[in-house]
Design a protein around this ligand. Structure first.
Ligand code: HEM
Length: 429
């Protein structure tokens, strides 16, 4: 049953919502106390939300049967959504700024999104939320925000050279509708309803301050137990070999003092949409599939280990067959992705499986599937870490027979917001 305090938590009344429908809450940000980081009501609302972070209600605990954390702390040195084990559902979206955007309008958008992210991660509805009940099961939600090149250009902050499209690769068939963007939002949670509601709130509250450029919806299943990563839709165990990002290899992930001041404690993300040709994959036998990846399909163990070994078993890249060929094929994805093991990236991939595209001439769906991987990689520098690896795979990788990159974008991931700050605070001098 709804109480008076529930209604108060739902945010401003109907009049404000109607107004926001006309002009966008972005336009109303000043009136709503979100006009800038110095606004007392903007930061007060935000810190009020943080008090609940990590607490989670009894209802959350009952409904989040997966046992994952329900609410998460928002404030800190770094944003959430990067080193946590990936949640089951995700939406990735890129936003373009309008032609007349300036530093002030970017600041207003980041102020609104900071408040939204903090509230959502603590299980509260956002500003002007008419369905705060949909936020009440946070399901481990994380909201992670990044920016493209245009943002530091508008605010006068230093623009790193890597904040640009990746070089073109010969395997690419990139489409505008999945590429580029001025801002990036990643929303992940263990409930698809929680994700959908969060995305809707953030986009509604964005108002006329931005326009969605692309939106990608992904999932990770099945979960086979602790320590076992997901299977992608080729059935491969995916995400096994990862750098030690919370220990000895954390420098590969976070931007330190050598980077621009506004990015200290931040990171970078590369989002590649990679189509997987399921119909052709279906025609390949199991041995050829395992050869292409260099791993057993069942266990995910390298082909140089017994088929029932764990996926983490060490690969022996020197082992040869009686005929003198490498057991782990020279063109296998394992060997080509690893290279000399110098570059490191943190992979956080999600599958997509959308309805087949409609053929404009017949008006009917074409093919049986529209399936692939939203390849999401975090690293400190995309040009020295991601790009050489991708170049090696474009040159030779048996997986290329069935996979085609159709989207690509690079963003700087903002450092975390400390108490009283908005995300991207240091962009504004
Ligand atoms: C649809 C495209 C792709 C699929 C289906 C795929 C699948 C896989 C699978 C099954 C593994 C083995 C298990 C593991 O360690 O996670 C793997 C490993 C790996 N992949 Fe991919 N991958 C794809 C694209 C990429 C791309 C674009 C990159 C980077 C540019 C990449 C980088 C890596 C790396 C670094 C490894 C670990 C290699 C090692 O053993 O050291 N992958 N991938």
């Amino acid at each position: 049953m709804s109480t008076g305090s529930d209604r108060a938590a739902a945010g401003p009344g109907r009049r404000t919502v109607l107004l926001s429908g006309l002009g966008g809450i972005g336009v109303l940000a000043g009136a709503a106390g979100l006009g800038g980081c110095t606004s007392s009501s903007g930061t007060a609302g935000a810190s009020g939300a943080s008090a609940g972070a990590g607490a989670g209600s009894a209802a959350d605990t009952l409904r989040d049967a997966s046992g994952h954390a329900t609410a998460r702390a928002f404030r800190g040195e770094r944003q959430a959504g990067i080193i946590e084990p990936p949640q089951t559902y995700a939406v990735f979206l890129a936003v373009d700024l309008p032609t007349g955007a300036d530093a002030d309008s970017v600041r207003r958008l980041l102020t609104i999104w900071t408040d939204d992210a903090e509230k959502l991660m603590s299980g509260q509805g956002t500003l002007a939320d008419l369905e705060p009940e949909l936020a009440a099961v946070p399901a481990g939600i994380t909201v992670t925000i990044g920016v493209g090149r245009r943002v530091p250009e508008l605010t006068g902050a230093a623009v790193p050279s890597w904040l640009a499209p990746l070089p073109a690769y010969k395997i690419d068939k990139l489409q505008e509708r999945w590429s580029g963007g001025d801002l990036f939002v990643q929303v992940c949670a263990n409930s698809p309803t929680t994700v959908a509601h969060a995305v809707r709130r953030m986009l509604t509250n964005m108002g006329s301050l931005g326009r969605v450029r692309w939106q990608q919806r992904g999932f990770r299943e099945p979960f086979e137990g602790p320590g076992i990563p997901m299977r992608n839709l080729f059935g491969q165990v995916d995400g096994t070999v990862q750098p030690d990002v919370t220990g000895s290899e954390s420098a590969m992930l976070w931007i330190g003092s050598a980077g621009p001041a506004w990015l200290h404690g931040g990171s970078t993300v590369v989002v590649r949409r990679i189509a997987m040709d399921m119909e052709v994959w279906d025609r390949v036998d199991r041995e050829a599939r395992e050869n292409a990846i260099g791993r057993h399909l069942g266990s995910g163990a390298p082909l140089t280990s017994p088929a029932d070994a764990p996926p983490t078993a060490a690969a022996d890249l020197d082992a040869k067959t009686p005929l003198g060929f490498h057991v782990i094929d020279d063109g296998s994805h394992l060997r080509r992705a690893r290279g000399d093991n110098k570059e490191k990236i943190l992979r956080r991939p999600y599958s997509y499986d959308d309805a087949p595209e409609v053929d404009p001439t017949t008006g009917r769906m074409s093919g049986l599937s529209n399936t692939g991987l939203i390849f999401v990689a975090y690293q400190a520098d995309p040009m020295t870490q991601f790009a050489p690896m991708q170049a090696r795979l474009a040159e030779k990788d048996l997986l290329n027979l069935w996979t085609t990159p159709i989207g690509s974008a690079v963003f700087a991931i903002l450092p975390g917001a400390k108490d009283g700050e908005i995300l991207g605070q240091a962009l504004f001098g």
